[in-house]
Design a protein around this ligand. Structure first.
Ligand code: ADP
Length: 295
């Protein structure tokens, strides 16, 4: 029912006292290796909630690729659309300092080789899906081909991350376009105001059918032709916000596909995001539907 098209990365995380300068070496903690990437995270988040979910992505023919396939399968994701080979699996090299600040180098690897041809070859999977959700950790021309191949009845959800200005043909099919504050500013380009309401209005003017602005511990804002509404955050004690946006987007896409309104689906997604921030990690923090019902 839900198809996530996007990235799969191995996250290699080392804690450091301080980051090395040019030419310097510092020693860090033991390596932690986690499955990640926005596409892989969204697919796992949706499947854990109980959504029938498939992933269309590309990984390398290597140990990181097998780690990613294993984590997808363990969550119940249909991996028949995951292509293998062409380049090493995407990797995020992450250092975390004692204040919790991250420095990240991403090697897109196989994510950069998910091509428009791969999209055309997966047309059966795409047309069989009620909702298609994607992000921008794969080539923009691949996203453009995905948009061209959508059936009229298929709902398309885009989180433009990492953000860039978007072609009109992509914007026109987003329902919704989901952005945090930083992504809103980059997609809008020129100065578009200071309040989430102003961003949402300016984003809607770019052509998407609907817009969701996520606001961290302040919840979210939804906007479409019928108006704008605030979705309050669920009050929790956050320990790690990694993956909050991915779990929010996955939950929203799933509930929309099940026929939920934009506001009701975003309220559910806010509960999912709230649970995710109470736990360490990205995929490890994603809740089941039972756990969401308990908050
Ligand atoms: P991103 O990770 O993409 O920057 P946000 O931080 O806005 O996205 O988080 C996505 C959603 O997760 C928010 O809209 C909110 O509903 C929920 N969320 C995030 N942080 C918190 C928090 N500290 N408390 C409660 N809910 C949160």
């Amino acid at each position: 029912d839900l198809l996530v098209v996007g990235s799969a990365n191995a996250d290699l995380v080392v804690a450091v006292e301080r980051r090395p300068g040019a030419g310097e070496t510092v020693l860090g903690s033991d390596l932690a290796l986690h499955p990640g990437g926005k596409g892989a995270n969204q697919a796992v988040a949706a499947a854990r909630l109980g959504a029938r979910t498939a992933l269309l992505a590309r990984v390398g023919d290597d140990a990181h690729g097998r780690l990613l396939l294993d984590s997808q399968r363990a969550a119940g994701v249909d991996t028949s659309g995951v292509l293998v080979g062409g380049a090493p699996t995407g990797v995020a090299l992450i250092t975390v300092d004692p204040s919790g600040d991250n420095s990240i180098v991403v090697s897109p690897g196989a994510n950069g080789r998910l091509t428009p041809d791969d999209i055309r070859a997966a047309s059966a999977l795409i047309t069989a899906s009620r909702v298609v959700s994607t992000q921008l950790e794969i080539p923009l021309e691949t996203v453009e081909e995905l948009v061209r191949g959508l059936r009229p009845g298929t709902r398309f959800v885009l989180n433009p991350s990492p953000p860039q200005e978007l072609p009109a043909a992509v914007l026109a099919v987003c329902d919704p376009l989901i952005v945090n504050e930083h992504e809103a500013r980059v997609v809008l380009g020129a100065d578009a105001g200071t309040t989430p309401e102003e961003w949402a209005g300016a984003l809607l003017a770019l052509g998407p059918r609907s817009v969701v602005v996520t606001l961290g511990d302040e919840g979210a804002l939804v906007a479409d032709a019928s108006g704008t509404a605030r979705v309050p955050a669920v009050k929790v004690t956050a320990v790690d916000t990694t993956g909050a946006g991915d779990s929010f987007t996955a939950a929203l896409a799933w509930r929309l596909g099940a026929g939920g309104s934009l506001t009701a689906s975003a309220a559910y997604a806010a509960r999912v995001g709230a649970v995710a921030v109470t736990r360490q990690g990205a995929q490890a923090s994603f809740p089941t539907a039972e756990e969401v019902a308990a908050v």
